[in-house]
Write a protein that binds this ligand. Sequence first.
Ligand SMILES: CCCCCCCC/C=C\CCCCCCCC(=O)SCCNC(=O)CCNC(=O)[C@H](O)C(C)(C)COP(=O)(O)OP(=O)(O)OC[C@H]1O[C@@H](n2cnc3c(N)ncnc32)[C@H](O)[C@@H]1OP(=O)(O)O
Length: 174
Amino acid sequence: MSTNFSLPDVSDPMERHPKAPAPGDPFRLHHDLCHGCGVNAPGGLHVTVYAGEGFTTTAEMKVEEWMLGGPGVIHGGVLTAAFDEVLGTTPLIIGVPVVTGHLEVDFLKPIPIGSTLHFEAEVAAKERRKVFVRAVARLDDSDEPVATASAIFIEIDLRKHYAKYYDSASQSRL
Ligand SMILES: CCCCCCCC/C=C\CCCCCCCC(=O)SCCNC(=O)CCNC(=O)[C@H](O)C(C)(C)COP(=O)(O)OP(=O)(O)OC[C@H]1O[C@@H](n2cnc3c(N)ncnc32)[C@H](O)[C@@H]1OP(=O)(O)O
């Protein structure tokens, strides 16, 4: 099943999870080999996502040489992966583990190697198992967005979802 990002007219009620990190604190990584957040992931993005106020999060990513796509600028797929990580972690603010169903990215400006990206994300709505999340990325020297993303994540039962792929799925955690 696929669809474009379109917010529901009315969201299900949402509450910040009592065990969500306090504003400014990081989410614990769920696996050290995760391409997005894992500290031991070879060639990983090493992105840390921090809780914000309400249903928001923030993250930063240094744009390194190995992320190059066009000469001197980030590869669009690397940026998309970074958005996936930031957006996909954000539903944990309401205590909901998810996988990506649909992710769309608008690339607004070239993003130079050597810059630092600052992400801001928010859970915009929830409808049954669908969690609607939006994010914006900016460079450190400007308020102007360089990219935006919107995604529909689908709530999962972690252990059931990963049971047949990975024996140690039980090691993943919120
Ligand atoms: C690497 C992840 C590790 C996670 C570890 C968890 C720890 C902590 C958690 C988080 C922090 C980490 C952050 C990670 C960030 C990165 C996340 C990723 O990159 S995830 C990898 C890529 N995504 C997949 O591999 C999904 C593959 N697809 C599927 O498995 C299924 O299609 C799934 C689960 C998405 C849906 O299948 P169904 O059978 O369970 O559910 P049905 O009944 O079809 O749909 C339920 C509702 O969702 C909508 N839906 C389903 N698929 C959709 C889609 N593609 N787009 C939009 N809506 C969709 C449907 O229309 C339905 O909505 P209606 O309630 O009827 O309105």
